[in-house]
Design a protein around this ligand. Structure first.
Ligand code: CTP
Length: 405
């Protein structure tokens, strides 16, 4: 068991060669070490090992096609997986798959994810000796090396053809060991963009024992903070009252009221990207009673005053280099409301969600959102886990970040 693999997200890409049987053991070893594993198989790999075996061992659905039959609304999966992974291993990499990795052919989920992945990649070629020594394979391997791909040399030994020579797949233990080393070398340097995320509800006191709040759980904002940190960003999370744990490597600032959130955000507004995922209260008590409010015979009328609109203020004071993202929670005329916020608050993206739609809303589960961009883009996303929605949002937003040089 390798501690360095624990908690890591690893894509294992399997192409169609006899050595694919060893990848079954590789997946088992990675899982045993505590890594999350997503298996991608080329169609030919199915001839050697079954998706059922690999799906059972990885505890995730094995993916092969970019456009699987009978599937709608999830064609962006290759992009999400490319952002999700900490490492992609292609083992075995056949001569055919190697050449596709070099030329950018994307005819399966494996080759498409290889193009969109931002994580380090490692390939383990395995084929017959003469194919391995052929000039085209040698050239392809050196091109991949030049591009920063880690190539594990094929050891010498008895091959499936009955010949002896180079072309065997390294032992699964050795591949796992090398993977752990690569992950350690590429652990995020946190020199990426500075990202400020707000999350959760705010809580506005009425008296020493009562307050007004809303149903936000904070999950969406916390997942955005977690995903940004994993992508190498330096993340500050301003959190309203929630029971959620701070994502690893994220700097957390706890606040309670809209005014406290306003102050905390302004103190950290010097960020490259600001994502206002918090459900900030629009109203607070006009005056907070020092003593507990006692009941009387008649009805009680509470006077509420407006809180500062934090996002609007950020939009008014923004620089051109900054990327601002707001959320819109709408239950009626959703698109109209989202566009009004996009332009009215002068932001780059509005993430619209309608909590009454199936799969959307508060709580830890899934979400269904549509992104509206300042440039007119409209990006509807299917129902996904909040972790995947977070990755998708950052995938759209992060390319807009201007980096020095
Ligand atoms: N927001 C904010 N400050 C507030 C209220 C909201 O920064 N006082 C931010 C939220 O974090 C969110 C966006 O503004 O990113 C939209 O919030 P929402 O409550 O949906 O819209 P409102 O502007 O409050 O408008 P309405 O309540 O009329 O829908």
């Amino acid at each position: 068991m390798n501690q360095k693999l624990s908690g890591k997200r690893i894509i294992v890409g399997i192409s169609g060669g006899i050595a694919a049987y060893k990848s079954v053991e590789l997946v088992r070893l990675l899982r045993k070490s505590g890594a999350e594993v997503q298996v991608l198989m080329t169609p030919d790999a199915h001839r050697f090992v079954t998706p059922l075996t690999l799906g059972t061992l990885s505890e995730r659905e094995v993916l092969t096609e970019i456009f699987p039959p009978n599937q709608t609304g999830s064609w962006t999966k290759h992009v999400h997986l490319g952002l999700w992974a900490d490492l992609m291993i292609v083992a075995p990499a056949t001569a055919n798959t190697l050449s596709k990795l070099v030329t950018g052919v994307c005819d399966s989920m494996l080759t498409a994810v290889a193009l969109s992945a931002r994580c380090p990649m490692m390939v383990c070629p395995a084929m017959d000796h003469d194919m391995y020594e052929h000039a085209s394979t040698r050239d392809n391997l050196s091109t991949l090396r030049e591009r920063g791909v880690a190539v594990m040399d094929a050891p010498e030994g008895l091959l499936a053809s009955g010949l002896t020579g180079k072309g065997r797949l390294p032992e699964p233990e050795d591949i796992a060991e090398r993977a752990a080393g690569l992950l350690a070398d590429h652990s995020p340097t946190q020199a990426g963009p500075r990202v400020l995320v707000t999350a959760g509800p705010t809580r506005e006191s009425l008296d020493p024992v009562r307050y007004i709040t809303n149903r936000s759980s904070g999950t969406m904002g916390f997942e955005i903070a977690r995903a940004a940190q994993r992508m190498g960003c330096r993340v500050t999370l301003v959190a309203g009252p929630t029971a959620l744990e701070t994502p690893e490597g994220v700097t957390r600032v706890d606040v309670e009221t809209a005014r406290e959130m306003h102050a905390a955000v302004l103190a950290h507004r010097d960020a490259d990207v600001i994502v206002m995922a918090a459900a900030v209260a629009d109203y607070e008590a006009a005056s907070v009673s020092r003593d507990k409010i006692k009941k009387a015979d008649g009805d009680l009328v509470l006077q509420l005053s407006r809180t500062p609109d934090i996002l609007r203020e950020l939009g008014a004071r923004r620089t051109d280099d900054q990327v601002l993202v707001g959320f819109a929670l709408e239950t009626r005329d959703a698109e109209k409301g989202a566009l009004k916020k996009l332009h009215g608050k002068n932001v780059d993206w509005i993430v619209l969600n309608n909590p009454t739609e199936e799969g959307a809303g508060f709580g830890p589960g899934t979400n269904k959102v549509t992104l509206y961009g300042r440039d007119g883009r409209v990006e509807p996303l299917p129902v996904m886990s909040k972790a995947d929605v977070a990755l998708a949002i950052l995938g759209f937003v992060e390319p807009g970040v201007k980096r020095p040089g």
